[in-house]
Design a protein around this ligand. Structure first.
Ligand code: HEM
Ligand SMILES: *[C@@H]1O[C@H](CO)[C@@H](O)[C@H](O)[C@H]1NC(C)=O
Ligand SMILES: *[C@@H]1O[C@H](CO)[C@@H](O)[C@H](O)[C@H]1NC(C)=O
Ligand SMILES: *[C@@H]1O[C@H](CO)[C@@H](O)[C@H](O)[C@H]1NC(C)=O
Ligand SMILES: *[C@@H]1O[C@H](CO)[C@@H](O)[C@H](O)[C@H]1NC(C)=O
Length: 326
């Protein structure tokens, strides 16, 4: 009896300690981190993002996704931006990334402009976080105060990019399902549903939705037929043919994604899993009918995602060029 109550006491102490450490790690990020060291940082990033999105609306989607793919692998440390070299293997050839993530030239351009106003001051990881927010705003979505002060890694992890970035074939629950992949990053089921709303913009390749439009049953038949027309059944044919993740309003950051799910027009299997008779159906209906509740939860979840294991203080470095370590 005494032993079990003292061990439960020590586990309570342990949990409190871990929560405190976690709070301490994210408390080091602050929305005013650059207000003295680089007061023009945020305006410089915003101007470049706004111009890039005006030129090509899809770029807003690509920049938002880069931040996600950064944060889920080693935390938000710009590891995704590091190029492979003869002696360094980065994350860009991981299955979820290769031939798919884009926007590197825009990030390099933003970094060059920021270096011109404040040399060696603003991290690439923070640039990704701010560019994600500015992209959402440029396409009509909600805004939020981005927490800043992340530093850049000198390492990357191909294996973690392959294991931790969720695949579009995932089910909602079960061992290695979507809920588990997000829980692994301290993100809740609500965060999963809200963040998936990023698929209100951008495009997907046929190879990522082929199985869904040919073999799944939880899909509107007219929609499936439409998508099959430009995505042949046989693997290897039309693999990279593109379709909008949200065909209703492909370049507007709105809640149409959730209305699509309710009418069984989710493009990816993983999208439609959020409305497939399970625990997340209710929240999908809420977001489908209540855009302000989606906007609020999306902004809160982006801040949580941006807090995943940042390097702070004297950890890592401020890269001069985002695609290589100094
Ligand atoms: C829930 C698990 C998720 C899965 C399984 C998933 C999977 C995918 C896949 C397969 C694509 C298409 C890639 C291609 O065909 O080249 C895609 C695109 C995209 N994803 Fe996700 N994603 C998820 C969550 C997220 C999150 C959390 C965000 C951001 C907050 C996000 C943002 C995007 C965007 C904006 C695009 C379009 C990119 C573009 O057009 O360049 N996704 N995602
Ligand atoms: C990284 O790769 C991109 C595209 O492949 C290229 O444009 C860029 O110059 C590379 N960066 C460095 C530092 O080599
Ligand atoms: C998802 O669930 C289906 C049906 O229960 C199962 O056949 C399939 O293997 C699961 N997919 C994954 C990726 O776990
Ligand atoms: C959870 O994260 C760890 C560490 O990155 C990784 O090894 C593991 O594969 C992840 N598990 C899932 C279910 O994503
Ligand atoms: C659909 O399922 C069948 C039977 O499991 C499989 O042979 C086929 O490759 C699947 N088609 C696609 C496009 O995934």
């Amino acid at each position: 009896m005494a032993a079990s109550s003292s061990s439960s006491l020590s586990s309570v102490v342990m949990v409190v300690l871990l929560l405190w450490l976690a709070a301490l790690a994210s408390a080091q990020l602050s929305p005013t981190f650059y207000s003295r060291s680089c007061p023009r940082a945020l305006a410089t990033i915003k101007a470049a993002v706004t111009a890039a999105v005006a030129q090509e609306p899809r770029m807003g989607a690509s920049l938002l996704r880069l931040h996600f793919h950064d944060c889920f692998v080693q935390g938000c440390d710009a590891s995704v931006l590091l190029n492979d070299t003869a002696t360094f293997t980065g994350e860009q050839t991981a299955f979820p990334n290769v031939g798919s993530i884009r926007g590197f030239a825009v990030v390099d351009n933003i970094k060059a402009r920021v270096e011109a106003v404040c040399p060696r001051t603003v991290s690439c990881a923070d640039i990704l976080a701010v560019a994600a927010r500015d992209s959402v705003v440029a396409l009509g979505g909600p805004s939020w105060r981005v927490l800043l002060g992340r530093r850049d890694s000198t390492t990357a992890s191909l294996s973690q990019a392959n294991s931790d970035l969720p695949a579009p074939s995932l089910n909602l629950t079960g061992i290695s399902g979507l809920v588990g992949a997000f829980a692994n990053k301290s993100l809740s089921q609500t965060d999963l549903v809200a963040l998936s709303g990023a698929h209100t913009i951008g495009l997907s390749q046929c190879q990522n939705f082929r199985a869904h439009i040919y073999n799944d049953t939880n899909i509107n038949s007219g929609f499936a037929a439409q998508r099959r027309a430009n995505c042949p059944a046989a693997a290897g044919n039309g693999d990279s043919n593109l379709a909008p993740l949200d065909a209703a309003t492909p370049t507007a950051f709105d809640n149409a994604y959730y209305r699509n799910l309710v009418s069984r027009r989710g493009l990816l299997h993983s999208d439609q899993e959020l409305f497939n008779g399970g625990a997340t159906d209710r929240l999908v209906r809420t977001y489908a009918s209540n855009p302000s509740s989606f906007n609020r939860d999306f902004a809160a979840a982006m801040i949580k995602m941006g807090n995943i294991s940042p390097l702070t203080g004297s950890q890592g470095q401020i890269r001069v060029a985002c695609s290589k370590v100094n």
